[in-house]
Write a protein that binds this ligand. Sequence first.
Ligand code: PAF
Length: 293
Amino acid sequence: MATSSVKIIRNKKDLRAQVREWHMADLKVGMVPTMGALHHGHLSLIREIQKHVDKVVVSIFVNPKQFGPNEDFDKYPRSETADIKKLDEVDTDLLYAPDVGEIYPEGFLTNVSVAKITEGLCAAKRPGHFDGVTTVVTKLLLQCLPDVALFGEKDFQQYTVLKQLANDLDIPTDVMCGKLIRDDDGLATSSRNVYLSPEERKTALEIPKTLKQAIEDIESGALSMEEALAKGTQHLLDSGCKEVQYLEIRQSDNLDPITTTIAETSPILARILVAAVVGKTRLIDNMPIKIFF
Ligand code: PAF
């Protein structure tokens, strides 16, 4: 029977000892934090970080603090055996899979919170979500102390928040953004895509198509930003999305709104970002866009 070559560690003491040993040997360590249910988007992040470091730690922890009371924490897909097989396929060095007590021991009272960038977009419908993410990622980074950590571009607001967090708290880790990976039909990869029925998946494909159409409408000058966003929202609803939580354009580097007062820097490198509900599944996506004034 084939055995896994991925080393598995479940407590911070052993994780720290292993990373310290690698650092003593002058090896650069990278971390890819995940909640498991690994798909080819995650595997692409692992391959990407391998280009920058000598050893890769992947963490799997389904973080209860970032799910709201009516969200899918209980049914979030968990598949450690399948995940370990995938980690093996891409030569991951170490899986860190702590249990909830290792991350949030009894008596845990601390909350890590980043201001401003955590307002609006995903935060509007998911109060407390980003505090859950920033608290757990602070813990994971401090437990591992990697030189580099990679977060997927699909969660672009999350990546922007986590870069700010590491910078503000002097966490000695370079937070990088890993390329958004799409399935062959164009849907952004996500662990939640398994919830979609074939019919819902057809509806979900309208999400990236809508982003592309809005980019074309705006960059060609055919429509104003406001007109293109209104058209995109209506199209998603007409295509069967239950709800469009947001379809917005923000500045790329800090997610500030686009205003004409920044027009001297035209074209502005921006992001068009969307969250829409298909059936019971909330999906997000984003793409870069140039705004000319
Ligand atoms: O993007 C995710 O999978 C999670 O939000 C993260 C960064 C692993 C924190 O739990």
